[in-house]
Ligand binder design. Structure first.
Ligand code: FAD
Ligand code: NAD
Length: 463
């Protein structure tokens, strides 16, 4: 039987695991990574990257479709057609390039890659079922980075026409009628994309509004746009099951049942840590609800075992997983590191996009802070006008006493690219005066950030 001894073993090569392994390798730590599927994990293969590829295609198709109905821009085009199979092939090409890229980076960092399913025997030993037999790996330090899986609803198990985001990202035809259960990140991103590609989309959300974690002001431009592109939103409603006699979804709203005819039902009601199948029962880990409990160094309750990424719970975001992975690698290499981030920016890649970094006004007030805020609309921004992207705004939230920026939110076309400026401002402890006094190039939509800071100071120039 093959046996390997290493300093660091990483289980799972998603953004948390592969970044941890690369960084450890760069620092000279003798590292092994085990992956049962493809390098890059959920994010690269069935998450962030394929969803953004599909969203891009849908946006292009929607734009050209709109142009074919006539445009004030002076552009004349014929009605476009979509070949979804070709779209998916293009998307798979991007994934393939990134898969090889991640493997190349691991090799460059001298990380040993073992392909197969890993299972813990104890806290220092893992067995891997590989194509060539059982591989035993002994490690001084182990990182659990097994990620997450989609939540299933008891009345709507996955299979047939009831699909998760994974299947939705590889359909060969655009469904005529798509019901999306769950108006959160995935439901809205993919629901919008399919609506733009021609599906009749109904979004069924259990709470009183879509994206319940964001305030109504932030989600209003999105709700208006969804209505414009013909998406039906049903809130305060729960999906129950498929109808017995026809291809239809049964939902319950205000105590009554409604039946919605569908081709496919996409269930996006959240994700949960992947805790099964890898020997959790052989370990003695403290849990935090249904996720692995970690401290500010991503240490679990067992010495020498760390956990990073979605398996440690919310927020389940790729950039959080990567930052945790890099930190754990550096700790393993003997560096003094702990989790000291002030904000993890979150983006919903809808139309318009929504960005949130740091505290919302409601969250700041709930912490007992006295705040000021300034909001600047894109309809007063010259660049936004020239790009027909006037919906939305940037909002800055700061402490009333010393103007320290606590949070920045934005909704608008392309605001995802402002997220780095927002996070940098918060991490660097910027005050309103720092942002107001920074020259923002003209004409750009980033000027709305500077103007929002000026507005909070009481002297926006352009509104
Ligand atoms: P994962 O990426 O889930 O990787 C875990 C890896 O471990 C997998 O490759 C799995 O095969 C492997 N593994 C598990 N068990 C074993 C085992 N026993 N043996 C061997 N290998 C194993 N986040 C964002 O920040 N931005 C986005 O735009 C975004 N879009 C998303 C869109 C969709 C449709 C989905 C589903 C998710 C999206 N996310 C997004 C979330 C993001 O994908 C996750 O937060 C991220 O992938 C978590 O990384 P991870 O390393 O913790 O786990
Ligand atoms: P989510 O938590 O964002 O949204 C789930 C939604 O489903 C919620 O609004 C909830 O109220 C609703 N819901 C729950 N049960 C329901 C029911 N029975 N009927 C109707 N509605 C119901 O979850 P998600 O969209 O599945 O995404 C999972 C995770 O993936 C997110 O938490 C996020 O961390 C990550 N993600 C991030 C991005 C991004 O960063 N752009 C994109 C996609 C996914």
């Amino acid at each position: 039987m093959n046996e390997i001894h290493c300093k660091l073993l990483v289980v799972g090569a998603g953004p948390g695991g592969y970044v941890c392994a690369i960084r450890a390798g760069q620092l000279g730590v003798d590292t092994v990574i085990v992956e049962e599927a493809k390098a890059g994990g959920t994010c690269l293969n069935v998450g962030c990257i394929p969803s953004k590829a599909l969203i891009h295609v849908a946006e292009e198709f929607d734009k050209i479709s709109a142009y074919s109905n006539g445009t004030p821009l002076g552009i004349r085009v014929e009605k476009p057609q979509i070949d979804l199979a070709a779209t998916i092939a293009w998307k798979n090409g991007i994934i393939g390039r990134l898969n090889s890229g991640v493997q190349g980076l691991l090799r460059k960092a001298k990380v040993k890659i073992v392909n197969g399913h890993a299972r813990f025997r104890d806290g220092k030993t893992v067995e891997v079922e590989t194509e060539t037999g059982l591989q035993i790996i002994h490690a001084a330090t182990v990182v659990i980075a097994t990620g997450s899986v989609p939540l299933e609803l008891p009345g709507l198990p996955f299979g047939g026409n009831v699909i998760s985001s994974t299947e939705a990202l590889s359909l060969s035809e655009v469904p005529r009628h798509l019901a999306v259960v769950g108006g959160g990140y995935i439901g809205l991103e993919l629901g919008t994309a399919f609506a733009k590609l021609g599906s009749r989309v109904t979004i069924v959300e259990a709470t009183q509004k879509i994206l319940p974690q964001y305030d109504a002001e932030l989600t209003k431009p999105l709700a208006e746009r969804l209505e414009k592109i013909g998406v039906r939103i049903v809130v305060d409603a729960k999906a129950k099951s498929m109808a017995k006699d026809r291809n239809a979804l049964v939902i319950e709203r205000e105590g009554a049942e409604e039946i919605i005819d569908v081709d496919k039902v996409l269930v996006t009601v959240g994700r949960r840590a992947r805790l099964e199948g890898w020997g959790l029962e052989e370990l003695d880990l403290e849990m935090n609800g249904r996720a692995i409990r970690i401290d500010e160094q991503c240490r679990t309750s067992m010495r020498g075992i760390y956990a990073v990424g979605d398996v440690t719970g919310e927020p389940m975001l790729a950039h959080r997983a990567m930052a945790q992975g890099a930190m754990v690698a550096e700790i393993t290499a003997g560096l003094r590191r702990r989790w000291e981030v002030r904000c993890i920016p979150a983006i919903c890649f809808t139309d318009p996009e929504i960005v949130s970094a740091g505290l919302s006004p409601q969250e700041a007030r709930a912490q007992g802070l006295e705040i000021n805020q300034g909001q600047f609309p894109f309809h007063a921004n010259g660049r936004a006008m020239t790009m027909q992207a006037e919906d939305g705004f940037v909002r800055v939230v700061c402490r009333a006493d010393n103007h320290l920026i606590l949070g920045i939110q934005a909704v608008g076309t392309g605001v995802s690219e402002l997220s780095a400026s927002f996070a940098e401002a918060i991490e660097m402890g910027a005050r309103l005066e720092d942002i107001a006094g920074t020259i923002h190039a003209h004409p750009t939509r980033s000027e709305a950030f500077q103007e929002a800071a000026m507005k909070a100071l009481g002297h926006a120039l352009h509104s």
